[in-house]
Design a protein. Structure first.
Length: 111
C-alpha cells in the first residue's frame, strides 16, 4: 500500500467510531503480506509533515508488525502470543535497517 493510501487508513484507526477502527485494522492486517508494508509504516512514522497521531499509529503498527513478522518464532515464543506465517522480505528488512536509526532520531519523543 502506498503512503497516500496508507494515511487515511491510519487516520481511521484513530476514529471514535469502532466500525471505522475495525475496518482500518482489517485493511492494515490484509496489507501486511504485501512487500514494502513495513517500510511504508516506518516512512509514515518518520514523516514530519504527517499528523502526530497518525505518525504514532504508524509507529505502533510498525512495531507490532515487525515483532510478529521479522523472523520465525522458536517454539517457546510461538506459544506466547500471536504470530504470522508471513515473514518480512529480506529486501524490506535491509531498508528498515538502513533507515530506522534516522527515523528514531527525527521522531518526536512522544512517537
Amino acid at each position: 500500500m502506498d503512503i497516500q493510501a496508507l494515511l487515511p487508513v491510519l487516520q481511521a484507526c484513530l476514529s471514535h467510531d469502532q466500525n471505522h477502527v475495525k475496518e482500518a485494522e482489517r485493511v492494515l492486517k490484509q496489507h501486511e503480506q504485501v512487500p514494502g508494508q513495513a517500510v511504508q509504516l516506518l516512512r509514515v512514522a518518520a514523516e514530519e509533515s504527517v499528523d502526530a497521531g497518525v505518525r504514532h499509529m504508524a509507529a505502533i503498527n510498525f512495531k507490532n508488525f515487525v515483532k510478529r513478522s521479522w523472523e520465525k518464532p522458536n517454539s517457546h515464543e510461538s506459544s506466547q502470543g500471536p504470530s504470522t506465517d508471513y515473514l518480512i522480505p529480506d529486501a524490506d528488512k535491509e531498508v528498515v535497517r538502513q533507515n530506522i536509526l534516522e527515523a528514531m532520531i527525527r521522531a518526536p519523543h512522544a512517537i
